[in-house]
Write a protein that binds this ligand. Structure first.
Ligand code: NDP
Ligand code: MG
Length: 372
């Protein structure tokens, strides 16, 4: 039986790679729906090739060759066995909740969903018997290493260090958008690439790991590993460390997440060679240079709406940076300021989460306007 799959964000970096995986596994998948934002030209080409019944885009009138529906419609369609949530940013949260409420398994790339509402999403998935399999390479690695979470002492998340690993604070301060987007290892969407340059991405991943694996923050460690070959590791209570290794490629974690618990050759390109890699380096993160990482830990430990505030202040500032209106460090300064002024709500419901998200974004835009 083919797995019926829908992809939210099919025109993005993850979405496009997911379709490449599916193309290699034609006997395993049937594409039910595809959803994009504004790139309807690519979406329509994908519709032609993968023949989904339904499709969604910001402008529904531009869709050709499939029935135009909303993201909510896609996620309410119980015909789906699995939905890959690969939209970027806060757009992912509501559809993910709808899919879970409809008992549909989730392959989750969109980490912002858990950063904003992990305390709602994870218990809901448990209640509905829905599997959430992470696409994010670090979490996918950890997912592959864990046999029994109760025996795990620590999670060790690796970080490539991004384009500014060897740059000075001064150089980072004056970084152009182009420099921030020049990631040494991964070719990703713009928002996550900027997050990788500030290490906010790693901070968001720490929060993501906390929710996915139910691990306390002081038992989640980040280590810089520039080669991105060790995708992450876990340490068992007896000190044994199990790591997952592979050549840097998002195809593999995407394939793992959408085919779990099976494994297929699929898109595998070539065999792994230890001697070819020859050496693996590890170092502590520079906490002074990459303040985003400590801010994310702080928000995570504070809990409640603190991570909603962190995420909104960051995402909105990243948009401003990408427009060339502010500097790279203004992103982090703004996150810090928004967090210091935020009154935390302990167990926010979804409405409160969206309200806080909106409020922080408005405050961020007002504040950053003053900087320009
Ligand atoms: P991209 O920016 O490349 O893609 C985002 C996708 O979302 C596009 O298909 C875009 O459509 C779509 N989209 C935007 N707005 C809407 C909307 N209103 N409704 C429906 N779809 C919309 O991002 P990435 O693929 O890089 O990242 C996606 C998610 O995966 C992020 O949360 C990121 O953190 C996570 N992730 C990504 C990794 C990577 O390697 N790229 C690695 C690990 C996690 P369009 O282009 O048509 O406007
Ligand atoms: Mg990652």
């Amino acid at each position: 039986m083919k797995r019926k799959i829908s992809i939210l964000g099919s025109t993005g970096s993850i979405g496009r790679q997911a379709l490449e995986v599916i193309e290699k596994l034609p006997d395993e998948f049937e594409v039910v729906s595809l959803a994009a934002g504004s790139n309807t030209e690519l979406l329509n080409a994908q519709i032609k090739k993968f023949k989904p019944k339904y499709a969604s885009a910001s402008n529904l009138n531009e869709i050709e060759g499939a029935i135009a529906v909303t993201l909510e419609d896609i996620c309410s369609d119980k015909e789906n066995d699995i939905i890959l949530v690969a939209v970027s940013g806060k757009i992912g949260l509501r559809p993910t909740i709808t899919a879970i409420n409809n008992g549909i398994d989730i392959a989750l790339a969109n980490k912002e969903t858990l950063v904003m509402a992990g305390d709602i999403v994870m218990p809901l998935a448990k209640e509905k018997g829905v599997k959430i399999v992470p696409v994010d390479s670090e979490h996918c690695a950890i997912h592959q290493c864990i046999k029994d979470i109760s025996q795990v002492d620590r999670l060790i998340i690796t970080a490539s260090g991004g384009p500014f690993l060897r740059k000075t604070v001064e150089e980072m301060k004056n970084a152009t958008v182009e420099q921030a987007l020049a990631h040494p290892r991964w070719n990703m969407g713009k928002k996550i690439t900027v997050d990788s340059a500030t290490l906010m991405n790693k901070g968001l991943e720490v929060i993501e790991a906390h929710h996915l694996f139910g691990m306390d923050y002081d038992r989640i460690k980040v280590v810089v590993h520039p080669q991105s070959v060790v995708h992450s590791a876990i340490e068992y209570v007896d000190g044994s460390v199990i790591a997952q290794l592979g050549l840097p490629s998002m195809h593999i974690p995407i394939q793992y997440a959408i085919t779990y618990p099976d494994r297929f050759e699929g898109i595998k390109s070539r065999s792994f060679s230890f001697s070819e890699i020859a050496r693996l380096d590890f170092e502590e993160p520079n906490w002074d240079k990459f303040k985003a990482l400590s801010l994310a830990y702080e928000a995570g430990k504070l809990g409640g709406s603190a991570t909603v505030c962190l995420n909104a202040a960051n995402e909105e500032s990243v948009f401003e940076f990408l427009e060339g209106r502010i500097k790279l460090f203004d992103i982090i300064d703004n996150v810090e300021e928004m967090m210091s002024k935020h009154t935390i709500i302990k167990n926010p419901d979804l409405d409160e989460i969206f309200e806080i998200d909106k409020e922080i974004r408005t405050k961020t835009r007002e504040k950053l306007k003053a900087i320009v």
